[in-house]
Design a protein around this ligand. Structure first.
Ligand SMILES: Cc1ncc(C[n+]2csc(CCOP(=O)(O)OP(=O)(O)O)c2C)c(N)n1
Length: 487
């Protein structure tokens, strides 16, 4: 479900469990008839493609097609469901499947926009006085970070990201205004709100990103909107657009950069006031400022954990977030130092995503530190991933915001009426040590930096369990609670 809603290419290989334990014939296993569930429709409801193989030949061809579906166009999950006969059987050598190199099914050129539409986009940007770029997950998927930065610099345009697009550009870049939306930076919400032209690159624009469509942030009645997306259903979906450019974010940004060279220079004066005001505007909006970032205490303020992580971990560290308050603190207050360092669940943001994601990320980025940030609730849902990390020698660091509660849920319950949202006191570091991992619990923020360093130095999968102050709530600053009006 997360992969579907977050456009992640994913191959799901599973079986219908008709291996002799069922009462019914194989063709009824998982088929949705009386006495069985409908596996096909369950998977179809959250994949781009689901196919059922009843023989080894169908399994081989189905796997190849599933890869094609997962990786083409807007990526997503694809599922190959297999009957036992297709796994345990042998290919009939009299009529084998024709199997060609999978690369041949994927050798399609990245879609680009028509040159006339690129010209139109450059014309709109040339006329703009206050342009802003909003980048989303599509930039990560296309690996278009360099191109994005180049386009922003060409037009001297402030750069915001959606939540899923966090770190599409380093948030330390002078043009970055951080993340837009409910959990975003005020500087980003104000920059988008005051813009006359908004270029959206590969972003879904969820209610979280648009501050529930507050016209003080995105305003299609007053702004000229250009939306670049691989999926034409998405461009002009949340808001009407003046121009939708359909194609791969990297290809289209490349086209725009080439077409912008002269126009961006000759019209730079139009935007000089806007660009010149940016540093002060960021400062006025309290860009990445919060007193809690600098306040040592026991138990530890969530803001302080965020800042100590930022200061202690290398700039190129890769972060996997989870769900709950801990996620919103990280997304809101961590200033990414490098592009493509954040992996954020956001399709559904199911708890328990972060830890297994960090294990996968450590496989993908063996040379870089991978850090999972999770709540104690999310941690317990997929804690078995630590065993996998041990088995495969993957030295992730997992930082647990231990507030002894489903914090986000508890904050929304009335004091004195906390129901099913609090846990028995748990030492999550001791749980980690049970797996053979390094584990340390931290009660005072003054010990946190050393604990993080020790965790890294251990060379083992490591858990730093931080006892968190339950007091501060993201509701104190989330933008939809501060801004009047509903849609
Ligand atoms: C699988 C799943 N169930 C329920 C939710 C709804 N939900 C969102 S945040 C949250 C509480 C998270 O608690 P915890 O992981 O301890 O993090 P905290 O909010 O305390 O930082 C819940 C239940 C969810 N996102 N995913």
């Amino acid at each position: 479900m997360e992969a579907m809603l977050s456009s992640s290419p994913m191959l799901v290989l599973t079986d219908t469990s008709d291996g002799g334990v069922g009462q019914h014939p194989a063709n009824q296993s998982g088929a949705g008839e009386y006495g069985s569930i409908d596996l096909h429709n369950i998977f179809r409801s959250m994949t781009k493609y689901t196919t059922l193989a009843t023989s080894p030949k169908e399994a081989a061809l189905g796997a190849q097609l599933a890869i094609k579906h997962a990786m083409s166009g807007r990526p997503g999950p694809a599922c190959l469901l297999m009957r036992s006969a297709s796994i345990g059987g042998e290919v009939d050598l009299e009529s084998p499947p024709f199997i060609h190199d999978t690369a041949g099914y994927l050798n399609t050129a990245k879609p680009q926009a028509a040159p006339a539409d690129i010209e139109k986009a450059v014309e709109i940007l040339s006329q703009s006085r206050r342009p802003v770029i909003v980048a989303g997950n599509g930039v990560h998927m296309a690996g278009a970070h360099g191109a994005l930065q180049q386009l922003a610099e060409q037009w001297n345009a402030p750069m915001a990201t959606s939540y899923k697009g966090k770190s599409a550009i380093a948030e330390t870049h002078p043009l970055s205004v951080g993340m837009v939306g409910i959990y975003g930076q005020e500087a980003a919400n104000r920059a988008v709100g005051d813009a006359d032209t908004v270029v959206i690159v590969g972003a879904k624009l969820s209610p979280q990103d648009t501050v529930r469509e507050r016209p003080t942030v995105f305003n299609p009645r007053g702004q000229r909107i250009i939306q670049i997306d691989i999926d034409d259903r998405n461009a002009g979906w949340t808001f009407p657009v003046e121009l939708g450019l359909i194609g791969d974010a990297g290809s289209i940004l490349g086209q725009l950069i080439e077409a912008s060279a002269e126009a961006s220079g000759s019209t730079a004066r139009n935007r000089s006031e806007w660009a010149g005001a940016l540093p002060n505007r960021k400062q006025d909006a309290g860009f990445y400022e919060d007193a809690g970032l600098h306040t040592d205490s026991s138990p530890v303020l969530p803001q302080r954990v965020v800042r100590l992580l930022q200061e202690t971990m290398p700039a190129e560290t890769v972060y996997a977030l989870d769900a709950g308050n801990n996620r919103t603190w990280m997304a809101h207050l961590f200033q990414s130092q490098q592009a493509h360092t954040f992996f954020c669940p956001g399709g559904t943001a199911g708890m328990g995503w972060g830890l297994p994601a960090s294990v996968g990320l450590q496989v993908a980025y063996p040379g870089r530190q991978v850090v999972c940030v999770t709540g104690d609730g999310g941690y317990m849902m997929t804690v078995n991933a630590l065993s996998t990390a041990m088995q495969y020698n993957l030295p992730i660091v997992c930082v647990v915001f231990n507030d002894g509660a489903l914090g986000m849920v508890r904050h929304h319950q009335a004091p004195g009426q906390y129901i099913a949202s609090e846990f028995a006191e748990t030492d999550n570091a001791a749980v980690a040590r049970g797996f053979g991992c390094f584990g340390v619990q931290v009660a005072d923020s003054r010990n946190l930096a050393d604990a993080l360093r020790d965790a890294r130095a251990s060379g083992l999968p490591a858990v730093v369990d931080v006892l968190i102050d339950r007091g501060p709530s993201p509701d104190d600053w989330r933008a939809d609670l501060r801004t009047a009006g509903e849609t």
